[in-house]
Design a protein around this ligand. Structure first.
Ligand code: MN
Length: 211
């Protein structure tokens, strides 16, 4: 991976990068955390990528509860925030910064609704099929808490997790519109905030018949 168009920053975006991202129509976003439970496992790194492939990785300090520029991007209605499995990242942001993420696109939900010919909806399979690129996921389960001395492999992995989301989103929208499934998909995106709130209150399966 080339590191030109890749910048690491501390705690929040610097003003110049915020201004650049604030003009974007779409931003790809991913997070790295200590684990899968937001109340227990802290946010360590936030990666952002714009349509030109300009990637920023924000190191989040232990105990940090504010990131005003990042929050402004997340709250903006006019910037589509693209995540792979948004339910997790949006919950992590809400728990850490108290922010309600607006205009969310989830490539995992879009893939499940569009690509009914496969059961593989992980980011690796999606990027492989739609972009023809083989992602290296070896650093996925690693210690992100040591955020000030991340290895080149971790930074490379963190960048690649956001680098292909915008072209993948564009291709999924084309498929969804072709199959008349785009409206249904958008209604699922609107429901993400509901699932996030249920998750953060430890409810599970309230839509299920069992129990
Ligand atoms: Mn990731």
């Amino acid at each position: 991976m080339t590191l030109d168009k890749f910048q690491v920053c501390e705690g929040d975006l610097p003003l110049d990068i915020f201004n650049r991202y604030f003009k974007a129509d779409s931003l790809a976003i991913d997070t790295e955390t200590m684990g899968l439970v937001p109340q227990r496992d802290r946010l360590c790194l936030v990666q952002i990528c714009d349509r030109d492939g300009f990637v920023t990785a924000i190191r989040i300090a232990k105990g940090q509860t504010e990131a005003p520029y990042l929050t402004q991007l997340l709250e903006s209605e006019k910037i589509t925030k693209i995540f792979h499995y948004a339910r997790f990242d949006v919950a992590q942001f809400k728990h850490t910064f108290g922010v309600e993420t607006k205009s969310v696109f989830c490539t995992k939900i879009a893939s499940k609704i569009a690509r009914t010919y496969t059961q593989s909806h992980g980011l690796k399979s999606l990027v492989q099929e739609l972009e023809g690129i083989e992602l290296d996921k070896k650093a996925q389960s690693s210690d992100w808490g040591n955020v000030n001395s991340l290895s080149p492999e971790q930074l490379s992995y963190a960048g690649n997790d956001v680098r292909y989301l915008i072209p993948v989103k564009d291709k999924l929208i084309t498929m969804l519109q072709r199959e008349d499934r785009w409206e249904l998909t958008q209604r699922c995106f609107s429901a993400i905030s509901l699932f996030v709130d249920l998750d953060l209150m430890y409810y599970s399966n309230v839509f299920e018949h069992q129990g």
